[in-house]
Design a protein around this ligand. Structure first.
Ligand code: KIV
Length: 261
């Protein structure tokens, strides 16, 4: 079973590692068997699986439902639940209560929080709930950022990202996601913090890399620049369901082997 100590040790040993998002039981089983050490139940659940336009509408109940399924499928991997928009920004107390639900009711081992919510991170760590930080492009702030744009370009913006990462580390986070920032800035952040950085659109110098599973599998309608499709499951699934429908139409399915006598 992967723990926060293992994740910290990856950095100490110079071992690059992969994190993937997961949203359901069967894919959690596959990723777990493939040896992926961290499964993130990302709030990307909203747009990748539930069909929302952004991550903003996804609710605590929806996130809990999918975290439970992933936790049932993960035998070795650490399960990190992403705290959805407005589940932790209103007050530290509400953030603690909601983070606690992920651990207590859904079986998550840690939570992820976007941005420098330092008091909350500190309190959660004190209470025994490990926290993964997230800086750079934080999609829950899409409207304030003026869209899904690369962050940390220019001296002042780069300084802001670095300062946030240092403060999140100091507050007690065990790792930090760096999203959509220039590779040179990610290299500097990775060198300056003691905890592992996990990049997405942050270049090759991070300690780990994360992808959204539907992008990796080629299930997304559009794969963003920061992601890579390692398979084309849209095509594979399309071919399979068309073959089924054709065999139903022609009467070829079900044949003798699929019929009870
Ligand atoms: O929700 C998500 O999938 C994420 C990853 C992109 C890190 O936060």
């Amino acid at each position: 079973m992967i723990t926060v100590l293992d994740v910290r040790a990856f950095k100490a040993e110079g071992k690059r590692f992969a994190m993937l998002t997961a949203y359901d039981y069967p894919t959690a089983r596959i990723l777990d068997e493939a040896g992926i050490p961290i499964l993130l139940v990302g709030d990307s659940l909203a747009n990748t699986v539930l069909g929302y336009e952004s991550t903003l509408p996804v609710t605590m109940e929806e996130m809990l439902h999918h975290t439970r399924a992933v936790a049932r499928g993960a035998r070795n991997a650490m399960v990190v639940a992403d705290m959805p928009f407005l589940s932790y920004q209103v007050s530290v107390e509400e953030g603690i209560r909601n983070a606690g639900r992920f651990v207590k009711e859904a079986g998550a081992h840690a939570v992820k929080i976007e941005g420098p919510h330092l008091e909350l991170i500190g309190r959660l760590v004190e209470l025994g709930i490990p926290v993964m930080g997230h800086v750079g492009l934080t999609p829950q702030s899409v409207h304030a950022l003026g869209g899904y744009r690369v962050q940390g370009r220019g001296e002042e913006a780069a300084r802001r990202v670095l300062d946030q990462a240092l403060a999140i580390e100091k507050a007690g986070a065990f790792s930090i996601v760096l999203e959509a920032i220039p590779a040179e800035l990610a290299r500097e952040v990775t060198a300056r913090v003691q905890v592992p950085t996990i990049g997405i659109g942050a270049g090759p110098h991070c300690d780990g890399q994360v992808l959204v599973l539907t992008d990796l599998l080629g299930l997304s309608e559009r794969v963003p620049k920061l992601a890579k499709a390692y398979a084309d499951l849209r095509r594979v699934i399309g071919e399979a369901v068309r073959a089924f429908a054709d065999e139903v139409a022609s009467g070829a399915f079900p044949d003798e082997t699929h019929t009870y006598r």
